[in-house]
Design a protein around this ligand. Structure first.
Ligand code: FES
Length: 196
């Protein structure tokens, strides 16, 4: 049997009967590596694209913890009245002599959920007994500081507005009526130390 190499990738074998068999060769090592490299690049670019879309999408929707909450003025309690609890946002809206503040409703000791005690007119943690004033200031117990607060903006009926701007100080209302409360539940402000 005579054997000869024909065009690239084809092996031509000649038998005594002159039958020609053509065997198409598979990809060689170099081509295989090219394909692997190409597939790797496609996967890498795909992952980068998915990551970019994920990054650009808003992390939290409005009304979802971690995102923005909007309330009309009807949720604002009277001065020194029981604060309004917003369970979905883990927050309390509190109106004190000093002004309005949005408190983060998680105990600064070990993360339990303090409740409002009507009898004692203060927040009380059921786990280890920490107590907080209506404005979130620490009173007693193992909590290392007062309740943390959340960043918020108030819009008043006269068209003016005021923002907490990263501070924990209440915003004094000075006779203005709140028409809207906008809370950024993703922006927490550390509570005041003992005695502050
Ligand atoms: S978790 Fe609130 S006092 Fe310990």
């Amino acid at each position: 049997m005579a054997t000869a190499t024909g065009t690239k990738g084809a092996l031509v074998e000649k038998t005594a009967t002159q039958q020609v068999v053509v065997d198409v060769a598979g990809i060689n090592r170099r081509e295989f590596l090219y394909y692997i490299w190409g597939a790797s690049m496609v996967m890498l670019l795909g992952q980068a694209g998915v990551g970019l879309v994920w990054f650009l999408l808003p992390r939290f929707r409005e009304g979802e913890y971690g995102g923005e909450f909007r309330f009309d003025g009807s949720v604002v309690p009277e001065v020194n009245a029981e604060p309004t609890r917003i369970p979905d946002g883990r927050m309390w809206l509190s109106n004190t002599d000093e002004g309005f503040v949005v408190l983060f409703g998680i105990c600064t000791h070990l993360g339990c959920l303090p409740g409002w005690s009507k009898n004692n007119h203060r927040f009380e943690c059921p786990c280890h007994g920490s107590k907080y004033e209506i404005g979130g200031e620490w009173i007693e117990g193992p909590a290392p500081r007062g309740l943390d607060a959340l960043e918020f903006t108030l819009v008043f009926t006269d068209g003016s507005s005021a923002s907490s701007n990263g501070t924990r100080d209440p915003i004094a209302l000075n006779g203005r009526t709140i028409s809207q409360v906008i809370v950024n539940s993703g922006k927490k402000i550390t509570g005041p130390p003992h005695g502050a």
